[in-house]
Design a protein around this ligand. Sequence first.
Ligand SMILES: Cc1cc2nc3c(=O)[nH]c(=O)nc-3n(C[C@H](O)[C@H](O)[C@H](O)COP(=O)(O)OP(=O)(O)OC[C@H]3O[C@@H](n4cnc5c(N)ncnc54)[C@H](O)[C@@H]3O)c2cc1C
Length: 294
Amino acid sequence: MKDIIFDFEYLTPKTLKEALELLSKYDEGECKVIAGGQSLLVLMKHKLITPNYLIDIKGLSDLDYIKLDDKQGLKIGALTTHRAIETSPIIQKEFTVLSEMEQNVSSVETRNWGTIGGNVCHGDPGGDPTPVLIALNANLKLTSLKGERTIKAEDFTSNYYETALQHDELLTEIQVPNLAPNTGVKFTKFSQIAGDYANASAAVSITLDNKEICSDVRIALGSVAVAPMRAKKAEDILKGKKISDELLAEAGQIASEEASPTTDAEVSAEYKKELVKVLVRRVGKEALERAKKA
Ligand SMILES: Cc1cc2nc3c(=O)[nH]c(=O)nc-3n(C[C@H](O)[C@H](O)[C@H](O)COP(=O)(O)OP(=O)(O)OC[C@H]3O[C@@H](n4cnc5c(N)ncnc54)[C@H](O)[C@@H]3O)c2cc1C
């Protein structure tokens, strides 16, 4: 029988330090980190990447946690699985949108094994977590032997499967600030098959002043550009105003003009732009309702 995967050396560091030492020991291209393997193994089976060394970090239980602090907000270890986030009572109560988003990431089998860190680091423009993290104004903590740095989720992915991660760094933590009072956040994706990657997705966070005027808004889109993106011109339409259905429709129109999707095997670029129009209007309305009740 023909091999479906090439030979590589499988390394299982026991601590974060050991993992970082292995990463800095080998050149880029020579080694690769594996967490849940849900995205990486597909690339390896197709021989799109052929590392000599595979550094398995799934056993680093120190990076598997969900913590909420009154001052510092939510902290999620990079190795936390999609399923743990989906089912976390803390997240369901305080960051409902994260749990809702996870419910539609692939199947429960993939969610049981795949990690949020792996998803974000894969850098797929159609991944579900990153637009939500952008709407929540999250930061990502990156760690190497040289130390730690944080980067905004919105600055992390730069192009198809390209991120700000340096070869010797690991994503170790996702940091989500506590929601400001009167804030509502909502995410929706449109995909032709339930649980499949999105043809387009939108996450909207709205904060109201005195339950009426929009004092802050963040609109993030997935699958409609080379990387998850913020629709800043659409945000400007809503900021400082009392949000109406008409304004949300205008924001949807502007967001669809900001998006730069390409036609793929499933849907055309024009169709994706129409999806953005509808999703931003619809998700914006739901975020607004949540903000009014918050
Ligand atoms: C059938 C199927 C359907 C899917 N559908 C969806 C979907 O609808 N929506 C969606 O968002 N995703 C979907 N996915 C993708 C999947 O949910 C995630 O991408 C996957 O969970 C990645 O996490 P992982 O832990 O398996 O990462 P891996 O596959 O192990 O790694 C992915 C990449 O991230 C790097 N990496 C992993 N962890 C770290 C870290 N801590 N620091 C630095 N680099 C790291 C790896 O080197 C690799 O480059 C689907 C996957 C499958 C197989």
